[in-house]
Write a protein that binds this ligand. Structure first.
Ligand code: PMP
Length: 453
């Protein structure tokens, strides 16, 4: 076997790409990266890209934060790995759990660790099944989520995800029910106000609960802002409308804050930005500022007590991953929380969010931009063929992919999602870097809209 020549060809030869448009990458070649500088990443050819995606929403402190790397190195030197089984765990794990409860909206709570956001959602579902069975309601197994939600890729979290692409896996599994996505601009009906739209979605929730039977439902999961669905903030009053219904039927509400946690929306949690308190929080990504694969289930007081009682009954929670509560991951997470909250990163999101919105508002004057939406440092622009009727571009034109590819050529990484372009840069972004992001995006929009006119 002869060795293919270029990095791009080698990537193509030996790696199976996940979530990648294959014809496009085969035509353009993979971007193979060697290192990062602040919010920029650099490829094998020395080209620099401003990563307005923060990797995958997670590299919030950029790609060369010295303090985070030093915290990792120090912990690797001190105690490089351990588990959290058999009543043993590292001191870092103990400290991180305390910290997570302290920064959570909960007065008390309990934390369980995983390696990813998918596994954290999976773990939460298993915890709910375990809890309801222990309380004498084993039939409470159905999970409610929304269309366009993204909760992960394991068989359970992919079933929670509300995306048609999971059909190729024969998913969702039975018992995963998807409700209407709370995107008023796209799904509001003619003549309907945003408040009426929210009320309709709340009615739908109650009808589904009554149709299925409340005693068959294990829990309701929602991202405070749908992320990989294309950055969809909830319609006005959404969580205030659905929470009382869930409470009425004793259905736990789980906030999937894998993207929205630790400052992305301008508060520590998305649930603070949208003014509600869930029963549990799913965290990952920003938790370690992207430096270590880690997820966490953070139970609020009521669920913590109920799960604890269920565990006491059979004297064990038979679940856990080899690297659950890994000491290096926990040390990095402790440092990341400190860096984001106390070194001005979260504050920078708050300070620059108005400038972010103003930049998008200006770009959205383009007749082919139907809507801009978002909060904090997570935003999207949605491309349309016709603004007034909100008619999308024809699918075969792959407009958002073309815009993202043109941005890449210009040295800007942003993400096409459906017909939207998503921007979720690292929290360290400066005003000048934000201007660079908008300049490059504007050039790409102008070029691509002229091509598809
Ligand atoms: N939940 C949300 C809201 C996410 O955005 C993601 C990842 N994009 C996940 C869960 C899954 O996390 P992971 O990729 O770490 O499994």
């Amino acid at each position: 076997m002869t060795q293919p020549q270029s990095w791009e060809a080698r990537a193509d030869e030996y790696s199976l790409y996940g979530f990648t448009d294959l014809p496009s990458v085969q035509k353009r070649g993979a971007v193979v990266l060697t290192h990062g500088e602040g919010p920029y990443v650099v490829d094998v050819n020395g080209r620099r890209y401003l990563d307005a995606n923060s990797g995958l929403w997670n590299m919030v402190a950029g790609f060369d934060h010295k303090g985070l790397a030093e915290a990792a190195k120090a912990q690797y030197d001190r105690f490089p790995g351990y588990h959290a089984f058999f009543g043993r765990m590292s001191d870092q794990t103990v400290m991180l759990s305390e910290k997570l409860v302290e920064v959570s909206p909960f007065a008390r709570g309990k934390v369980f660790y995983t390696n990813s956001g998918s596994e954290a959602n999976d773990t939460m579902v298993k915890m709910l099944w375990f809890l309801h069975a222990s309380e004498g309601k084993p039939q409470r197994r159905k999970i409610l989520t929304r269309w366009n939600a993204y909760h992960g890729v394991t068989a359970v979290s992919a079933s929670m995800t509300g995306k048609p692409y999971n059909e190729v896996f024969g998913l969702p599994l039975p018992g995963f029910i998807h409700l209407t996505c709370p995107h008023f601009w796209r799904y509001g009906e003619a003549g309907e106000t945003e408040e009426q739209f929210t009320a309709r979605l709340a009615r739908e929730l109650e009808e589904v609960i009554q149709r299925e039977g409340a005693d068959t439902i294990a829990g309701f999961f929602a991202e405070p802002v749908q992320g990989a669905g294309g950055v969809i903030p909830p319609s006005a009053g959404y969580f205030q409308a659905v929470l009382p219904i869930l409470k009425k039927y004793d259905i736990p509400m789980i906030a999937d804050e894998v993207i929205t946690g630790f400052g992305r929306t301008g508060h520590t949690w998305g649930n603070q930005t949208y003014d509600f308190v869930p029963d549990a929080i799913i965290s990952s990504k920003n938790l370690t500022a992207g430096l270590f694969p880690m997820g966490a289930v953070i139970l609020g007081p009521e669920l913590a007590d109920r799960v604890q009682a269920a565990v006491e009954k059979i004297e064990e929670f038979p679940h856990g991953f080899t690297a659950s509560g890994h000491p290096v991951g926990c040390a990095i997470a402790l440092k990341a929380i400190d860096v984001v909250m106390n070194e001005g990163l979260a504050q920078n999101v708050v300070d620059l969010a108005p400038r972010f919105e103003a930049g998008l508002k200006r770009l959205a004057q383009n007749p082919n931009i139907g809507e801009y939406r978002g909060v904090g440092f997570m935003w999207a622009l949605e491309a349309v063929r016709d603004k007034a009727s909100k008619t999308p571009f024809e699918g075969h034109l792959s407009v958002s992919e073309r815009i993202a590819n043109t941005c890449t050529d210009l040295g800007l990484i942003c993400r096409p999602l459906g017909q939207s372009i998503v921007l979720c840069p690292p929290f360290i972004l400066t005003e000048a870097q934000m201007d660079e992001m908008f300049d490059k995006l504007e050039q790409a929009l102008t070029r691509v809209f002229a091509e598809v006119a």
